[in-house]
Design a protein around this ligand. Structure first.
Ligand code: FNR
Length: 185
């Protein structure tokens, strides 16, 4: 049976290159994965005072994360780390202590940037956080997509054939990773 994958985009801006790339990845995935966006743009800032009375947006977000078998993060890099919106979402999903929605769900991280380095710092900032949250993250292939503004069209088509082949291989490897690591329902 196909596994459900939540796709979380670290950029919340309307014309995000990373959102376009995420759409492309959804189109390139093998049929063993069913991918859907999990939105993070409306989440109030995490505040531990609210753990006992969480805002409805936090509750809906955690419920959505809990409902999927795996998570694919697609994110830009902000100042050599992950964007605050993404860290906020990860923190919200992780609390209250002992009730993390991330625990044990297999994941993968793709970062993209108009610059050459392809969001390497952001990619590894996300990975660092996921170690603590017990998300088994696919190690290879790594995906740092540099010059991404020139590789993905506005409607989410990969315009460079080599990049398309690489991303197809990435999604095949992720499908295999999810099949091997998903927690039985
Ligand atoms: C950036 N950008 C950026 N790029 C990069 O490769 N490394 C970085 O550290 C940063 N830092 C950074 C900080 C802030 C606050 C902004 C707004 C931008 C540029 C960034 O890669 C570019 O704006 C992308 O287009 C953002 O991704 P989306 O929103 O298009 O998905």
């Amino acid at each position: 049976m196909a596994k459900k994958v939540g796709v979380i985009v670290g950029s919340i801006r309307r014309d995000s290159i990373n959102r376009r790339l995420a759409k492309a990845l959804m189109g390139l995935a093998p049929p063993t994965l069913m991918l859907e966006f999990i939105e993070i743009g409306d989440l109030p800032l995490y505040n531990q005072d609210l753990d006992a009375t969480p805002p409805v947006q936090w509750q809906a977000f955690k419920k959505h994360v809990s409902s999927v078998d795996a998570i694919l993060f697609v994110s830009p890099e902000y100042n050599r780390s992950m964007p605050a919106a993404l860290k906020n979402a990860i923190d919200i999903g992780s609390r209250p202590y002992g009730q993390s929605a991330w625990n044990g769900k297999p994941g993968a991280v793709v970062t993209a940037s108009p610059s050459a380095i392809g969001g390497f710092g952001s990619n590894h900032a996300v990975r660092q956080t996921l170690v603590f949250l017990n998300v088994p993250v696919m190690q290879q292939p790594e995906a740092y997509i540099g010059h991404a503004d020139k590789l993905v069209s506005a409607d989410g088509q990969i315009t460079n054939p080599d990049t398309k082949v690489f991303l197809e291989k990435f999604m095949m490897a992720f499908a295999d990773w999810v099949a091997r690591n998903a927690v039985a329902a």
